[in-house]
Design a protein. Structure first.
Length: 364
């Protein structure tokens, strides 16, 4: 009826061909005659330069799945393609759920609003591989807000549903000695007897300055695992650096060389915590300028780790001050006061520079 009415009303009018094409598309879509995917822009998978074969730089089509190992795509002409994730530079896909507004909030450090926006986007998203991306962003928001129990629960649920997901790097572990309350201790004590992911997360939070023997034992066991599973290899690598948190006071520059080799072997997204540890080792050995440079890598290379970024800026300012460059240290503190207003280090910096004001800097 709709198409007939349009044609009747237009009998004395000779529209251009595109008018009929437009109304036909709307009509068929409303009638369910046109597949929803056909109305969407195609997904585009761009390859790294080093992965280009036969001059092909990208694939277009519909992504069906995307995990830590492969991306599965159906091309425009119906062919199935399996692309190793190591070959992929980036992926472009249609924003069907309002994700872009959530991303803007996240990049502006408005984590509470971003968390809510990602939750709304998840509810409106049908593609499972995109949903996992949104959940990973939620975990980062919750970690930034120090809603650590929520972040841990969400990460474990994500990992249980898709063990080989692409977001191991958002695992909510801590690299600092943090006090925990009794209710948290009970949860972590139970997790220490759980699966390796639960053990790793719980052990990181259970370490204290006097050392938790159970947590250290668990971390040593995880660090010593020789497991072909990709995620477990990453757990093992990071567990070794968690153990160093309790040994750092007795380590020297010789150990730093060994650490650097170990960090180079890690997935690039997993290096934030170990870089923080390397900065602390340099600081302990009075290599203050090198320590400051190491700490400053974190907010630049890993801005998504908001709490660790704040701690790193404060540590860099302390190192520069000890180096004798107080003016440079104050510049770093001003940056801390501007960008990290909701963190403990940020609030300390704001006490020194109360007129820190806003900043145009964003997470890139």
């Amino acid at each position: 009826m709709l198409m007939e009415s349009l044609l009747i009303c237009s009998k004395d009018y000779k529209p251009k061909k595109w008018v009929f094409v437009f109304f036909a598309a709307v009509y068929f879509a409303a009638a369910g005659w046109m597949n929803h995917d056909d109305l969407l822009a195609e997904d585009i998978v761009f390859l790294k330069r080093s992965a280009i074969q036969s001059g092909r730089t990208r694939f277009q089509g519909t992504i069906r799945e995307f995990d830590s190992e492969n991306l599965y795509l159906v091309t425009s002409d119906g062919r199935k393609q399996t692309i190793n994730t190591q070959r992929i530079a980036r992926v472009e896909t249609a924003d069907l759920s309002g994700r872009s507004s959530a991303d803007r909030l996240f990049k502006s450090f408005k984590f509470e609003q971003a968390n809510q926006a990602y939750q709304k986007a998840i509810a409106g998203e049908q593609r499972q591989w995109v949903k996992r991306e949104l959940i990973a962003q939620q975990i980062l928001c919750q970690s930034a807000l120090e809603e650590n129990e929520k972040a841990i629960g969400l990460f474990l649920a994500l990992s249980a549903g898709k063990p080989n997901h692409r977001f191991f790097h958002v695992i909510p572990v801590t690299w600092q000695f943090r006090p925990i309350i009794d209710s948290q201790k009970k949860v972590f004590d139970k997790m220490l007897s759980g699966n390796p992911l639960e053990q790793f997360i719980a052990a990181s939070w259970s370490l204290d300055q006097h050392s938790n023997t159970v947590a250290i034992k668990v971390l040593r066991q995880l660090a010593g695992r020789d497991d072909p599973d990709g995620m477990m290899t990453r757990v093992s690598q990071l567990a070794a650096f968690q153990v160093y948190r309790c040994e750092i006071s007795s380590l020297s520059n010789k150990d730093l060389l060994r650490w650097r080799r170990a960090i180079e072997k890690m997935h690039r997204l997993d290096r934030a915590g170990p870089i923080w540890m390397a900065g602390n080792l340099m600081q302990n050995n009075e290599n203050y300028l090198s320590a400051a440079a190491e700490f400053l890598k974190l907010p630049i290379l890993y801005p998504e780790h908001y709490q660790l970024g704040a701690a790193s800026l404060e540590a860099a300012a302390i190192a520069l001050d000890r180096q004798g460059d107080r003016s440079a240290g104050n510049l770093v503190l001003r940056e801390l006061a501007n960008r990290y207003t909701t963190t403990v280090p940020g609030r300390r910096a704001m006490e020194k520079f109360p007129a820190g004001g806003s900043t145009d800097l964003e997470i890139r």
